[in-house]
Design a binder for this molecule. Sequence first.
Ligand SMILES: C[S@@+](CC[C@H](N)C(=O)[O-])C[C@H]1O[C@@H](n2cnc3c(N)ncnc32)[C@H](O)[C@@H]1O
Length: 298
Amino acid sequence: MEYRSKPFVKWAGGKGALLGQIDKLLPHSFLSKENVTYVEPFVGGGALLFYVLNHYPNIKRVIINDINEDLIACYRLIKSDPDKLIKSLERIDRKFMSLGDAEKKQYYYYIRQSYNRHNKSILRQAALFFFLNHTCFNGLYRVNSDSGFNVPYGYSGNHIFNKDLILADHQILNTRDISILCGPYQIVTKHLRNYQKTFVYLDPPYLPVSVTSYFSQYSNSPFEKEEQEHLKEFCDTISRKGGYFMLSNSDCKNEDGSSYFEQLYKGYDCCRVKAKRFINAHGDRRKETTEVVIRNYK
Ligand SMILES: C[S@@+](CC[C@H](N)C(=O)[O-])C[C@H]1O[C@@H](n2cnc3c(N)ncnc32)[C@H](O)[C@@H]1O
């Protein structure tokens, strides 16, 4: 069976389930032009990245970025040296699959501790990250104030990786001129050349819809109202220079009930998509909700 490339990690806030709705909001005629550049400054699992790579052959250049170093190390290894990562994962998988249920759980916490020491080679750290992503609760990535990964065990019965998927991702990542960056989202700017040929999809950490809503802390840098406002200025710059952008966020409200993002992005197109998201701090209940999509085109 031939594997189709798609995210190699489970990722909180991943857009996999929304692709049908998001596809309808993409600038199709623009993405079908020659030599387009696709940019994702908050790539995460890259649900839309893999989708557009599969569907838009005219995208020639790609720039992806995330603040999570181990996630980006996985992208880089999968692009340039997937066999090394696969070998390392095979060793961990063999060991893990040979254990009984209670031992599996113990092994998870042992690996988590080892991962949190941050003293391994890039390859080993990326492999541990991959293992934790596939055996932790709901594929979350959440850190405490010391940057320690603190998601509990949540193995759901599958192998910890899929070799065919890694190879499919390797193949598609090599069909384009791709820059894989790691840092705060603003660093993509240095790599942007011809804005008129550029489409930027922004999927930042969401502003919580309420104080009790479920929130995944991806890193130690918070992403609250002030950061959302800076990001809006970043979008204004893309727009002013002639680029296309689309941004996803939560549909959160101001105290008077008006839409926070509709007000912040006044003058841009704002529509909504339906999503099912975890809604409480324990991440164990999913509720149908809406998310906003802001665009500088129709
Ligand atoms: C909502 S997730 C993106 C999910 C992605 N669209 C997917 O389909 O999996 C947001 C991402 O932003 C990253 N992030 C958080 N703060 C950041 C920052 N200041 N700059 C760049 N990336 C950041 C997180 O590590 C996380 O992967």
